[in-house]
Ligand binder design. Structure first.
Ligand SMILES: N[C@@H](CCC(=O)N[C@@H](CS)C(=O)NCC(=O)O)C(=O)O
Length: 207
């Protein structure tokens, strides 16, 4: 049994959706913030960075880093067909875009939502946020170009990559504008979120 530590609508959403889509046995542990905005003390002992997603594996060990979880779960639950096999020709591309999303796009999201965490100078926050929005716009251009006319990032079949991309695009500062500029991203997003397992988790997360 997996336990996924979550905050609704946060980075845990993609991992929760993947667990559901894989048919894995899992429990959701929703975290509430303390009145001062921090996360509960017990959670800092589970993940010293106190970030979601945090995943407790069936052997009781703890895993952090969303992209690592996506890769690990999709590989372990290969029967769900949500990852190319290690030797498949599209495996390199799968890893490339998974890490691009985790580092470039997720990074821009974090700078945009929490600029104060990226500076010791509170006066610099607006600049960090503006730069993050610009970076994210460029990153979605790059991703949309890679997607091209394919229904999903790799081919005609949804993978964990598309679930991760769908979560990240849902955090854009102006989602309708991203979709208007990149109708192929919208088409991919609509297909991913129409999948019954993903729709269920998106709804639980209030999306
Ligand atoms: N590199 C981490 C980043 C995780 C992360 O920063 N998560 C955010 C939410 S999306 C978080 O929990 N931040 C701490 C907080 O909100 O208090 C990952 O990919 O899992």
């Amino acid at each position: 049994m997996y336990t996924i530590y979550c905050r609704k609508g946060a980075g845990s959403m993609a991992v929760e959706a993947l667990l559901e889509a894989c048919g894995a046995a899992y429990k959701v542990h929703d975290l509430d913030r303390n009145p001062d905005g921090s996360l509960p003390e017990y959670f800092h002992r589970i993940n010293p960075k106190a970030e979601v997603p945090t995943l407790r594996l069936p052997d009781d060990s703890i895993m952090t880093e969303s992209a690592a979880m996506m890769i690990h779960l999709a590989d372990l639950h290969g029967e769900a067909g949500l990852a190319p096999a290690i030797a498949a020709p599209e495996r390199a591309e799968y890893l490339r875009w998974m890490i691009f999303l985790a580092t470039a796009v997720y990074g821009s999201d974090l700078r945009m939502f929490y600029p104060e965490r990226f500076t010791t100078d509170a006066a610099g926050c607006d600049g960090i946020k503006a730069h993050a929005e610009k970076s994210m716009a460029r990153e979605f251009e790059i991703y949309a170009e890679a997607l091209g006319t394919k229904p999903f990032t790799l081919s005609g079949k949804m993978t964990a990559l598309d679930i991760y991309a769908a979560m990240l695009v849902s955090w854009a500062p102006d989602v309708p504008a991203v979709f208007a500029k990149h109708p192929n991203l919208k088409a991919m997003y609509d297909k991913v979120t129409a999948h019954p397992a993903i729709a269920k988790v998106w709804a639980r997360n209030g999306i």
